[in-house]
Design a protein around this ligand. Structure first.
Ligand SMILES: C[S@@+](CC[C@H](N)C(=O)[O-])C[C@H]1O[C@@H](n2cnc3c(N)ncnc32)[C@H](O)[C@@H]1O
Length: 249
C-alpha cells in the first residue's frame, strides 16, 4: 500500500488522473468555452491559466485563438498538457513553476484559475500571496476568473463518503472538516487490481464572503460572485463558486 500527501506530490496527480481529469471534463470545458458568458474573452486575449494541470482549459483556449500560458508545478501534468496541445494542433506556452512565486508583471488580460486550484497552501498568507501574484500578472483593466467548490456547496455534500467506479478501479473519497470549517481534508483510497493507493489532501475552503474579502484585500476591484458558468447567482441553486474581479490601475 502506498501513500501520498499533499498537492505538491506529482504522483498524486498522475495516480488519480482518471478520476480528476475524466473525458467528460475535457468535453465539458469545450462546451463551457462555447457557451459561458464568463469565459467569453476578447479575441486574441493573453490568458494565464494558473495551475493548468493537463491543459483541460489551456488547450481549447489556445485553439480558439487566445495567447495562452499554462503554469503548473507538476512536470507530469505539464507533459500531458504539452502532448494534448500538440495533438490538438494548438500553440500555447507552458511554464513549470510554483504559483507562490509566479509573477509576470502586467503581462495578461485574463488570469484563470479553474477547478478548485486555490487554497492549497497551509498558511493563509501564502494563499493571499497567490492572489496578489495573480493581480500583478494582469494589465490594468484585466480580469481574474477563479473557480472553486465553495464552502456553502461543500457543506451539503461532505458526508457520507463518496464511492466512484471507473473501469475496473474503485475510488473511495472521505472528507473531514478541519479547523472550524477553515479547511477540509480529503482522504482518497484507490483500489486498482491488487494495488491500493492512498492519498490525503488538505486545503482551505472558502465561503463567497471570505473569498470576496480576500480578493479585495489583494487589491482587486469590481469583485463579483457567480454560482455557475452560465452567470447564475451564488444562491441555493449554485453549482460552483466563481469569483470574477478586475485590476484597475
Ligand atoms: C485540481 S487540478 C486543476 C487543473 C486545471 N486547472 C483544470 O481545470 O483541470 C490542480 C493543479 O494545480 C497544480 N498545483 C498544485 N499546487 C501548485 C502550485 N503550488 N503551483 C502551481 N501549480 C500547482 C497541480 O499540479 C494540478 O495540476
Amino acid at each position: 500500500m502506498t501513500r501520498t500527501d499533499g498537492f505538491e506530490d506529482d504522483e498524486f496527480w498522475t495516480e488519480f488522473y482518471d478520476f480528476l481529469f475524466s473525458e467528460q471534463r475535457y468535453s465539458q470545458a469545450e462546451e463551457l468555452l462555447d457557451s459561458s458568458p464568463l469565459l467569453a474573452f476578447t479575441p486574441g486575449a493573453r490568458v494565464l491559466d494558473l495551475c493548468c494541470g493537463p491543459g483541460v482549459f489551456t488547450v481549447p483556449l489556445a485553439r480558439r485563438g487566445h495567447h495562452v500560458t499554462g503554469v503548473d508545478r507538476s512536470p507530469a501534468m505539464l507533459e500531458r498538457a504539452r502532448e494534448f496541445c500538440g495533438a490538438a494542433g494548438a500553440k500555447a506556452r507552458f511554464v513549470r513553476t510554483d504559483a507562490l512565486h509566479h509573477v509576470e508583471p502586467e503581462a495578461y488580460d485574463v488570469v484563470l484559475n479553474m477547478f478548485t486550484s486555490f487554497g492549497y497552501f497551509e498558511e493563509h498568507a501564502a494563499n493571499m500571496r497567490v492572489l496578489r501574484n495573480m493581480r500583478a500578472c494582469l494589465e490594468p483593466g484585466g480580469r481574474l476568473l477563479l473557480d472553486v467548490a465553495g464552502k456553502e456547496l461543500l457543506a451539503r455534500k461532505v458526508v457520507p463518503p463518496k464511492v466512484v467506479h471507473r473501469g475496473g478501479d474503485l475510488l473511495v473519497q472521505t472528507d473531514t472538516v478541519l479547523d472550524d470549517w477553515a479547511r477540509l481534508r480529503s482522504d482518497w483510497v484507490l483500489v486498482r487490481g491488487d494495488r491500493v493507493r492512498r492519498a490525503s489532501l488538505v486545503w482551505f475552503v472558502y465561503s463567497a464572503v471570505e473569498l470576496r474579502a480576500m480578493a479585495e484585500e489583494a487589491g482587486f476591484e469590481e469583485v463579483e460572485i457567480f454560482g455557475g458558468f452560465d452567470g447564475r447567482p451564488y444562491d441555493q441553486d449554485a453549482e460552483r463558486l466563481i469569483l470574477r474581479a478586475s485590476r484597475q490601475g
